[in-house]
Design a protein around this ligand. Sequence first.
Ligand SMILES: Nc1ncnc2c1ncn2[C@@H]1O[C@H](COP(=O)(O)OP(=O)(O)O)[C@@H](O)[C@H]1O
Ligand SMILES: [Mg+2]
Length: 227
Amino acid sequence: MSALYQLKDIGRRYGTRPVLDIDSLQLQAGRLYTLTGANGSGKTTLLQILAFLQPPNSGNLIFRGLPVTWSRGVLRQLRREVTLLHQSPYLFATSVYANVTFGLRSRGIRGEKLRRAAMAALETCGLSGFEGRSARELSGGEAQRVAMARALALQPAVLLLDEPLANVDSETSSLLLQVIRSLPKAGTSVIMTTHDPRHQSDLNSITIHLENGCVVSNATSSHSGIL
Ligand SMILES: Nc1ncnc2c1ncn2[C@@H]1O[C@H](COP(=O)(O)OP(=O)(O)O)[C@@H](O)[C@H]1O
Ligand SMILES: [Mg+2]
């Protein structure tokens, strides 16, 4: 079976400055990866490429065995498979329920199916009873859980998480770690950036470490690029 993602000679620069330079990297389906590296090492840039939100300047990205062509029709399909939870997620100034159902509605899902998906995602994130609350009046930890519920409600094949635990209290962090850990078993592949080395062991994840835009070997991976 082909890998979930294959990256070959992926380069990304801003202006003339290179920020990503990945010779070879394979990510397998059904796994949980943590993406580590200093500020500015290229983690967010890599997630945006994996989310099909921005193309690399050079190289090939292959998703489930098919080269990504970055054409509009193909991207529309691919973006349904992959959800990126941004580091500072934006919640609309409406109810929690409206936020969590937004993506599903825009995909044409209505009625009982919509309600069930939303309620299940809210429950998973410890937010049962929050449906009618105003999303803008939540604590930071609650808001991050709503953002996670909104992502989970879409039931993506791949969930990309950009520092989801950076600004939350320890209670929310434990809850989200538990949710994230359970995802591969439920069929969702996860790639999560983090600054905290404890998360790698908490999640029993495979670590990809970036230095100046390059993948470097570490304790849990060989230098083969196949993780
Ligand atoms: N839109 C942008 N325009 C110009 N430079 C950018 C942009 N986005 C990121 N960069 C630069 O690219 C480098 C990698 O950034 P980023 O991927 O956000 O790293 P990380 O998430 O590891 O902190 C940084 O030096 C950053 O300043
Ligand atoms: Mg970042």
